[in-house]
Ligand binder design. Structure first.
Ligand code: FAD
Ligand code: S2G
Ligand code: ZN
Length: 473
């Protein structure tokens, strides 16, 4: 089938609104959020319904053309980018934006894959509920992408990641069949739990078109503190102390190194460090409760008093109101963008057991500083889950390309260190194309074999997002 035949037939399936072939109009779909990856495509297709998605997938399968599912393009591993052949079709879910239903009694919401995460949070709040997935890209990322990357974010320590928040899926399979698994039951033990194959599959097993997600009771009281600490171990000790005192009310615990904070203070207008003096480490601690007036400020102050007694905290301030809470979260969420102003950001999204965090940071920092004197290590993230964003910036004044050229070598240092603590080289961002090959070094051969078997079962023609997740055999 020629490209013209393909695009003519695609147009008959999705109409003119659903098909883009002009290079200038396709360009936004052919590079990711931070322009770290680019590709080219035969066409960008934007189906408006599950039936249209299925028809497109069937046609591309008949034509032997690969399909690359795409949501908000905020992924950080190049998973939503086509290759450079110009033969693949980007299938964007950005026209599938319906909220199909909200069920406060069953505490569920049914949404299409193209719905933006922030919209789901807002619709849930309007119903007096909470959808707790929260991450820096929530204004652009989609539920389909969140499912396909099994997104985590800042609420995992209390609510879990996307896998834990999902009850049912609707998926168009690589052969074009539609699997309707949109059940909202919290208990359903009728064979293999198939949804968990597609969650985290990064579009390699099918196109997620809709999902039934869990809702939770709305948060009615919240307390947030900005705490300075001497070390990552102190942060780990503080988690234990706050958890012992506050239990499930601990709903946010994000660490950031002074280097991370310095980048934000330098590049994010209006940023201010409430504590003034320079400390090596900081955490943003948040308590929340579904009861109004739950006295969380007092509880947080009690926990901080004990932290001072135990020399875990060096200084701290409890936010005085919503504006200060928002300013503190903006400091934290501003790191990713701020780092981009300092040259290449070599990203490592790793997990180690919480008990190994301090040893991991000490060991990996030492190895990297020996390898690249003057390297700037931006360590921050969801320490409550054992998940650090361990991102590297070049020494001041050094050459961008020379630093980029060492990316593989430095990643090896970080990942070998992660592996020495039985950690994971991808905590929440997935593998995409950037970690597809390196995973072969750290993933058990049997696991890779089983994963290839599943891929072969669902997508024998390897037309669903080829070149992502699985290393070449
Ligand atoms: P895309 O980038 O469009 O796609 C991601 C992957 O999912 C690709 O492999 C794509 O093929 C596949 N895909 C997309 N839609 C579908 C579908 N409907 N069916 C099948 N496959 C599909 N991630 C976190 O987990 N935690 C964070 O804290 C976090 N913070 C971030 C902060 C910033 C500033 C940025 C830019 C990103 C951050 N991310 C974080 C990464 C990113 O936002 C998440 O991975 C997000 O889930 C991607 O959603 P998306 O809609 O942009 O997906
Ligand atoms: C976060 C963003 C990605 C990065 O901010 O929590 O997931 O490392 C990260 O820039
Ligand atoms: Zn993160």
């Amino acid at each position: 089938m020629t490209r013209d035949d393909l695009t003519t037939r695609l147009s008959s399936l999705v109409g003119d609104a659903g098909l883009i072939t002009e290079a200038d109009r396709m360009s936004g779909y052919l590079t990711d959020w931070r322009h770290a990856y680019a590709g080219s495509a035969a066409a960008v297709v934007r189906p408006a319904s599950t039936a249209e998605v299925a028809a497109v997938v069937r046609l591309c399968r008949e034509a032997g053309v690969a399909v690359v599912p795409q949501g908000g393009n905020t992924g950080l591993c190049g998973g939503s980018m086509p290759d450079s052949s110009g033969r693949q079709v980007v299938l964007s879910l950005d026209r599938m934006r319906r909220i199909r239903g909200v069920d406060p009694v069953n505490q569920t919401i049914t949404v299409e894959a193209g719905v933006i995460l922030q919209s789901v949070q807002e619709v849930a709040a309007a119903e007096g509920c909470l959808f707790p997935l929260s991450l820096g890209a929530e204004g652009s990322c989609t539920i389909g992408g969140n499912l396909s990357t099994n997104a985590g974010g800042t609420g995992v320590l209390r609510y879990g990641n996307m896998r834990d928040l999902t009850l049912g899926l609707e998926v168009v399979l690589p052969d074009g069949r539609i699997w309707n698994g949109l059940r909202g039951l919290r208990k359903d033990n009728t064979g293999y739990d198939l949804k968990h194959l597609f969650i985290g599959a990064e579009g390699t097993l099918g196109v997620i078109t809709a999902a039934v997600l869990k809702l939770f009771p709305a948060v009615r009281s919240r307390a947030t503190a900005w705490v300075a600490l001497p070390s990552p171990q102190a942060a780990v000790d503080l988690i234990g102390l706050v958890r012992a005192l506050c239990g499930d009310r601990l709903t946010g615990f994000e660490i950031l190194s002074r280097q991370s904070l310095d980048f934000v203070l330098r590049h994010r207008a209006g940023s201010r460090d409430l504590l003034g003096a320079v400390h090596p480490w900081y955490v943003l601690v948040e308590l929340s409760d579904t009861l109004p007036g739950a006295g969380l400020d007092g509880l947080l102050e009690t926990a901080l008093a004990e932290a001072f007694d135990r020399a875990v905290a060096s200084d701290a301030v409890v936010a005085s109101g919503p504006a200060q809470v928002a300013a503190l979260w903006a400091l934290r969420e501003g790191i990713s963008e701020a780092q981009n102003f300092e040259g290449p950001s070599l990203k490592h999204d790793v997990t180690v057991p919480v008990s190994s965090i301090a040893a991991f940071v000490e060991q990996t920092d030492r190895a990297l500083r020996a390898a690249v004197p003057g390297i700037r290590i931006v360590t921050y993230g969801h320490i409550g889950d054992g998940n650090l964003h361990y991102n590297l910036s070049k020494p001041v004044g050094s050459d961008d390309d020379a630093f980029r050229a060492r990316a593989e070598e430095l990643a090896r240092v970080v990942y070998d260190s992660t592996s020495s603590f039985d950690g994971s080289i991808s905590a929440e961002h997935g593998l995409g194309q950037s970690k597809r090959d390196v995973i072969a070094t750290y993933k058990d051969a049997t696991e890779l074999d089983l994963m290839r078997g599943i891929k072969g079962l669902f997508d024998p023609g390897s037309l669903m997002n080829p070149g992502k997740v699985l290393p070449h055999a």
